[in-house]
Ligand binder design. Structure first.
Ligand SMILES: C[S@@+](CC[C@H](N)C(=O)[O-])C[C@H]1O[C@@H](n2cnc3c(N)ncnc32)[C@H](O)[C@@H]1O
Length: 327
């Protein structure tokens, strides 16, 4: 039976809308693995291409960060993030910078500070989940989506879309604008998820500064936004109603199934290699045969076949008809 199975955290969110029937209460096979939680995301501009396991093994070993294991346990306890699932190279570098900023000489000292200061915990949470985003980010690929991919998916029937790691909502609302322009039936909708409650709260307001709208044409601005104060614009209700926002951890929670399109951009790049492999496999399993995965412009998948995916244009992958992992 397809049903919703909220996590403990989700059940504390009265404002979260009910999940559509595509959401599976079943955990994907990998979810029986030890629970993992997300962690740091450096600014998108700092992202490197997804070099894959081979390239990473050729790099020099990461210099260990003294006290990291105990610090990661504390962060898991205080913030619910599993720092161990993220790229250690980026994470250690950022944590070293954070130590300097807060004036601590070691992670141990920083841990003591965090234990007595809720403000510092909040500051660390903000530091770890970076929400850089904008409407129609990397515009040429959104044109491919609008002109080639979406019409094909819509022609095939009911369109179920997942924006995974949606941050403040610019990505799912960009998708909803495309659905409106394509005059997609009301049943075509977007599940938009992120691990960061603060980002989701911002997404719910659907109000954005002009700086995040520079890829939005004047015609689109006029049609899909209303002014909301100096230099601020709100996404119109007709667009917002296609988007259902809720908290979801890509490293731990059950995945929706039967999707036609998954947009997961500029998120997986921050995971460690083992977590990347697992998440790609699970995303592929969430797609219907023929469904499309759209990844970030620095996240090309080197061997998509291992996940049951085939290239369908730069940064687009199509799920094969065969079950993922079959030979
Ligand atoms: C750089 S933003 C990308 C936003 C959007 N996808 C885009 O490309 O513009 C990365 C987002 O991933 C989210 N994130 C990090 N780890 C996550 C996880 N384990 N599960 C879900 N979201 C995660 C962060 O909270 C952040 O909002």
């Amino acid at each position: 039976m397809i049903r919703t199975m909220p996590t403990q955290k989700e059940s504390r969110q009265p404002q979260a809308p009910a999940l559509p029937p595509v959401w599976s209460g079943r955990a994907a096979p990998e979810s029986s693995a030890p629970a993992e939680r997300p962690a740091a995301a450096p600014p998108a501009s700092a992202g490197q291409p997804d070099a894959g396991p081979l390239a990473s093994s050729e790099r020099p070993a990461v210099e260990p960060l003294p006290g990291f294991a105990a610090f990661a346990r504390l962060v898991q306890q205080l913030i619910g993030l599993d720092l161990t699932a993220y790229n250690p190279r980026q994470l250690y570098r950022r944590l070293r910078g954070q130590l300097e900023r807060v004036g601590c000489r070691s992670l141990e000292e920083y841990g003591l500070l965090l234990r007595r200061s809720p403000e510092q915990v909040e500051a660390l949470r903000d530091f770890l989940t970076i929400n850089v985003s904008e409407f129609f980010r990397n515009a040429p690929f959104w044109r491919t989506l609008a002109d080639r991919i979406l019409p094909e998916l819509l022609a095939a029937g009911n369109t179920r879309i997942w924006s995974a790691g949606c941050s403040i909502g610019a990505e799912p609302y960009s998708l909803a604008i495309l659905l409106e322009e394509a005059m997609a039936p009301a049943t075509a909708h977007i599940i938009a998820t992120d691990v960061d409650e603060k980002a989701l709260a911002e997404a719910r307001t659907a109000i954005y500064p002009s700086s995040l709208l520079h890829e939005v044409s004047p015609a689109r601005l006029q049609r899909f936004f209303t002014p909301a104060g100096p230099d601020r614009w709100q996404v119109k209700e007709e667009v917002r109603r296609r988007v259902q926002l809720r908290r979801h951890d890509l490293l731990q929670d059950p995945y929706p199934i039967g999707l036609n399109l998954i947009v997961c951009r500029n998120v997986i790049i921050y995971f460690n290699e083992e977590a990347k492999q697992r998440v790609y496999r699970r995303l592929a399993q969430s797609l219907r045969p023929g469904g499309i995965l759209f990844v970030g412009a620095t996240e090309a998948i080197l061997s998509p076949a291992q996940f049951g995916l085939s290239p369908a244009g730069p940064f687009f992958y199509r799920r094969d008809a065969r079950p993922t992992g079959s030979s």
